[in-house]
Design a protein around this ligand. Sequence first.
Ligand code: ZN
Length: 217
Amino acid sequence: MLVDNFKNQNAAAPFFKDVSSVQKVAESRLPTEIGDFRIAGYRSLTSDEEFVVLYKGEFRENIPTLVRIHSQCLTGDVFGSAKCDCGPQLRRAMELIEREGRGAIVYQQQEGRGIGIINKIRAYALQDEGADTIEANERLGLGVDLREYRQCVEILRDLGLKKVKVLSNNPEKIEALRDGGLEIVERVPIEFEPSKNTLKYLTTKKLQMGHLLHLVS
Ligand SMILES: [Zn+2]
């Protein structure tokens, strides 16, 4: 019913940018190894996508606040995969927010830049044979990056944020935050020294996807 209601509202006012297409449906405390956070679940009103946001502190429009849109990476976030830097990035973001006492991480459940975990494992198999992260997706007939961040930004605005310090190396995410009406006062790089496992992946991200990485080793 909610979806239908939203569609009707949206049809009536298609250019009204402040129409929210996400809804907070649950919220609780979440103590972690890094510190005490709050966690909230959001649902999209236009698809069956669900989002999680981990945050702490009080949000005020005039206080620049650390934010990150973190794209789910089961292999990196949960299993500690050394093929990418997702796990360390997530942990670093949590640590910085804990230290500052204020910030939010939207956890976007679009595994493998949107291709899903099974296709990601297929892509890893092609990478075992020498393909890079982009070639692997292309050989599987999949897009290189299917992610869309508009609703992640709506969630940050729903939390009451306006001025943000972005924890990201990804120019598309930074642009999405700006397009979504947030004021970016700073970009906080979130970068690790490449290992022999991550160097090729990070080099491809830098050279072919425009990620803001130094890659000094
Ligand atoms: Zn990853």
